[in-house]
Design a protein around this ligand. Structure first.
Ligand code: GDP
Ligand code: ZN
Length: 310
């Protein structure tokens, strides 16, 4: 039978089968991911083939894995290993607020780049619209234009009063969505609104905040209108895992467009002379937003001495 992994706890995986029932499964055989030594062979979102145990129909064995569309890995606390966090993610919904708390463009750009690195498109979801006065609305329109022009979808919602939620639902329909954002932006309020009988989510997030759990496993929840929410409590921002400085520009799509015209093909648009760098020129001509280029440079500073292990 086919199914999707909805929870992973050590060596057991919960699989939601096509017929809607859940089965606790163990892994049979070896599943590898090229280029990584993994602590866990499978993750939430994996599409698998299971065989019901011959002796106990309440448990199963995962015998096959469908090819992953994408996946998120993170450096594990175990030296030289990676943890597989989730897979088959259609989009990351980054919940953003302009006040209480304020989400900076630095955070947004870091998130978008990390998601791009895993081939996950980001949708910026501006929450708490009910709170915004004229000043915030002005900032919001600027941000919508900035990210819209680069090619990212933006949405405006109020998780509290339901504004924009129908539109968000149609965007989420039949897709696997990762919901992320700073603590306090309204993720639990949103998810509880989308899945009314799910008290669990708030509970887990609260527990995590209190530090009662040191590791919290990813989980995914089915939406009654079709699709899934992937919840990864441990990774509010999923970090620039293993991004080499010479690859960073790939994940700033509008910056990358100019790279081919840089004099040096290994240009990182940082310390190179201005005359040789097409990105610097484009920036000077106002073709690249200053916040984007500045945030790019900050990330270059952060990762330039970083040498990944393989
Ligand atoms: P999380 O940490 O991202 O899960 O955020 P929560 O869902 O716990 O929300 C944090 C606070 O923001 C709570 O007091 C919510 O009631 C409030 N909140 C969430 N969404 C909205 C909204 O759309 N408008 C307003 N005014 N408050 C909201
Ligand atoms: Zn350059």
């Amino acid at each position: 039978m086919r199914g999707i992994v909805t929870k992973s706890t050590g060596s057991w995986y919960s699989v939601r089968l096509e017929n809607g029932t859940d089965l606790e499964c163990r892994v049979k055989g070896k599943f590898r991911l090229k280029g990584y030594k993994l602590t866990n062979p499978l993750a939430v979102g994996d599409k698998v083939l299971v065989k019901i145990d011959e002796l106990d129909e309440n448990i199963g064995q995962i015998i096959e894995l469908e090819q992953r569309q994408n996946y998120i890995v993170r450096k594990s606390v175990h030296a030289r290993k990676h943890s597989l966090i989730a897979s088959n993610i259609d989009q990351a919904l980054l919940i953003v607020t302009l006040g209480y708390p304020r989400t900076s463009t630095g955070f947004i750009d870091r998130f978008i780049a990390s998601a791009e690195r895993f081939n996950i498109p980001t949708v910026l979801v501006f929450n708490k619209m009910d709170q915004y006065g004229p000043e915030s609305m002005k900032t919001l329109i600027e941000l919508e234009n900035l990210y819209g022009n680069i090619g990212y979808k933006t949405m405006k919602i109020s998780a509290l009063n339901g504004d924009g939620i129908e539109e968000l639902k149609s965007l989420m329909k039949s897709k696997n969505s990762l919901v992320s954002g700073h603590s306090g932006v309204g993720k639990s309020t949103l998810v509880n609104g989308l899945i009314p009988d799910l008290d669990l989510y708030t509970q887990e997030v609260t527990d995590y905040g209190k530090g009662q759990h040191t590791t919290t496993h990813a989980q995914c929840y089915e939406l009654d209108f079709g699709g899934w929410i992937i919840d990864t409590p441990g990774i509010k921002e999923f970090g620039l895992v293993d991004i080499l400085v010479e690859d960073l520009d790939k994940y700033f799509v509008e910056i990358y467009k100019y790279k081919a015209a840089c004099k040096y093909n290994n240009c990182i648009h940082y310390n190179e002379p201005a005359g040789s760098c097409a990105v610097k020129l484009a920036f000077a001509e106002g073709k690249i937003a200053s916040s984007r280029y500045e945030n790019y440079l900050k990330l270059v500073e952060e990762i330039k001495d970083f040498k990944p292990y393989l």
